[in-house]
Unconditional design. Sequence first.
Length: 585
Amino acid sequence: MSTYAAPHTFITGQTRRVDHRRRALLVARLRLLLIAFVFVLVAAAALVRIAWIGTIEPGPKELSMADALLPPRGEITDRNGVPLARAFPAYALWFNPAAMTEGGDGGPPLVKTPDEVADELIAIFPDLDRHEITEKLRSGRPGYLRRRVLPEDANRVIAIGELALELPREADRHYPQGSLAAHILGYVGADGNGRVGMEAVLNEQLLDPVRRAEPVALSIDMRVQGALEDELRSGMKAVNAVGAAGIVLDVDTGEVMALASLPEFDPNEVQSSDVRVTQEQYERGIVAPAFNRVTNQVYELGSTFKPLTVAAAIDSGSITNLARRYDAKPYKVQGHTVRDSHEMGASLNAPEMLIHSSNVVTGHIVDEMGAATLRKYMVDLGMNERPYIELPARGFPLWASGEWSRIRGITVGYGHGVSVTPLHLASAYAAMVNGGIWRPATLQRLKPGGAPRGRRVFKASTSARMNQLLRMIAVYGTGRNANAPGFRVGGKTGSAEKPGNGGYRQTTLVSTFAAAFPMDNPRFVVIAMLDEPKGTVASSFQRTAAWNAAPIVGRLVPRIGPQLGVLPDANRDIDLTDLRPLVGD
């Protein structure tokens, strides 16, 4: 029996199949168009975003391959590009007791005994403490056995064959100059962050993945820094002082060319004793080596204040005639006797007062000027605030609040009754000799013309007169031991008794010489301070600044002058013609 299909049924089925294919093709095309449209939208959005970032929104700089290869912490240099602090990959020796056992528990941590392993480690690192290392290995607690392991020593540690002795790669901070400028730089702690000094101040910048590409240049000159530390150390040892401090400051910009505090510490190997002292040491007045005496410790700086007092008197119009004589005999003020260390004659004029360093005549000058006027000048010089500098450790002055009494003004006039840092004194002297402008000190290298405007404290005429008087002290007075030939040094000595329980301790002094050079065109201030110097053969058995601090400056200036562009010239000097008749030759 044959099967027969009607023609219209065949056609209908074929049509349906064609329609189905057309619909499927149409759907596929629509989907493809939709996907293409989505891609176009995404691409357009990306292009718009790129254009926005590139032209309108400031974004972070794209890291290059060179940036990616930089050390994890930026470099610090001196003003001439000499490296002061660098980071580089290094090995450390870590004890991991869990390395011998799967899962981290159970089983002995070492194949050999702790004593045997300690002996092998000491053979590689002879400076290790055998007892300390043995106890660490025996304790079974993880921890560092040593930081800074050289590659060749790392290979020898691996050869010991102990899995628990691991050698992780770490970023090491290295100070190529050793302890030089340690109080400026500070150091980096175990957590990778800066501690004290500019390491702490610049911490964020030095860790930034973009900004760390460029070394940070400080204002200091390592040649000047080395000379300052060397002369301070020699002077400190010669008179058995407990500490020393010094600074070299550019009088026109406030840039610190060198800053030193002794005793020093090595930022490559910071010990706990470098940053902390015992209670007994603290009570005896001993400070940790990392303590910065220049910026953080306050002192009564004695007769170095007398030129500032005379400058205030001249500037305010209280002194109009330098030839005028003042009574030099001791006198009483509010129950206190103002006296000098020795008899200086019946009367002195202001130049003679500075040459012989008379407290009595200083008192008369303050009396006539007024304590309130002196206080105003001291405030303008920043003596009532923490010193201005980037370092985090900045000592707050011991400053009498409110109006000053008559006796307060007199004692401040000759350097007692107010305690400030040596940096305060350096900035004040810079203002006194540079034409009268006070500027904050800085450890950042400034671009030419980048010095801050500062504020005017003294008239230019006052500054010019004080330059003559400071030079005169070095020629005729207590500063003669600082008078380096050809460098036209000027300055003032200060020897102040340190306060203690129940009054001043007559057996302990702070000796300071505050100087500037060359006085015919002052460019740099130099401060040298010794804490508790003793009378020795080197100082002719004298403890005062004329015999210990002034000679430091006298030796330092010829070393640093040529490095700072100041050459000796025996044919140049500031004109003292009008002052010589007042003091004699």
